[in-house]
Write a protein that binds this ligand. Sequence first.
Ligand code: SAM
Length: 375
Amino acid sequence: MSGIYIHIPFCRKACIYCDFHFSTQLDYKGKMVDAICREIELRKEYLKGEPIGSIYFGGGTPSVLSLTELEQILNAIRKIHSVEPGAEITLEANPDDLDIQKLTELKQACINRLSIGIQSFHEDELKWMNRSHTAEQSVASVKNAKELGFDNITIDLIYGSKFQDMDSWKYNLQKAFDLDVQHISAYNLTIEEKTVLGTLLKKGKEPSVNDEFSNQCFDWLISESRKHGFIQYEISNFGKKDLFAVHNSNYWKGITYLGLGPSAHSFDGETRQWNSANNQLYMDAIAKDTISGEKENLSIQNRYNEYILTRLRTIWGVDADYIRKTFGETFLDSFLQKSSEYIQSGDLFVSGPVYALTDKGKAFADKISSEFFEE
Ligand SMILES: C[S@@+](CC[C@H](N)C(=O)[O-])C[C@H]1O[C@@H](n2cnc3c(N)ncnc32)[C@H](O)[C@@H]1O
């Protein structure tokens, strides 16, 4: 089964840390929705008729879409693709959009998983981030969603900002546990160059992230989420049993997906392609029945490196049998040779053919996987 990702490139406000593609001009939102629907038709062959097991509205802020716009996109997808009856349909939402009426409309549109961007339960931190909502609205949005019958809710949190100490991070996490959501995504703050935060850092007006503090937050996150019944199935993702994100898990398992909308990425098993991260260029190309973007053929090294990078971040780990079958003995020998150092240091553990990171190794996941990369 394949997945479909739809990038909705609009936000009401720009968060100071965000490097995702979006515009705060919402006046041509309807035209963008028309363009996305046209892209669905233009790229109808991409998934070769595979049934669809997950649909993900990401952004930007997809909760800025009206019910009509959401249904327009979903109907266009259903006209072309065969969407499985139990398919996971996720929508990323900001708490300030989620009043009772909006939540009722989202139910009507068959959204069955909500990803709510909460980030923090501290007002001063939310203001600093330039978020468009208060902590009170965040709590209300989850409570209202639950009351309306949403039973698959995930919330996003960020740790490691200058506003946090261990107590404030513990408070944020406890609030999340108290809300009794099914899933939490918790990200270490990264300061990207082309963001407001990146500019302020360069001017010396903001401190860089303190890695030692971030690691302490991460350790606490791992141990407390475990105590509260969450399974860390990916470095930043914690789900209750049987409630892991289907769509995101499929990315990590190398399953094919079609990405629609500006900046969206697609993967067909052998190539990766990505649409232009410019709303006007994207829409102009669609108006001429073409797609503006780039494509990369993945070499065997690229595919191996991606496999290591994504799988070491997950609970499923790296499978030595899969490496042998898919990439060959040379890749396997190199993997086995390099892995012994990390097994000895207590960063990796082995279970049958599977190699996975220990809690100690998880804090250095990307660094460790880069050591395995092949040129
Ligand atoms: C596209 S955004 C979410 C959409 C939604 N509009 C929102 O703002 O909550 C996806 C998530 O990535 C995380 N994120 C984005 N930029 C980040 C950064 N620089 N550092 C850490 N987490 C980040 C945030 O938790 C955010 O909720």
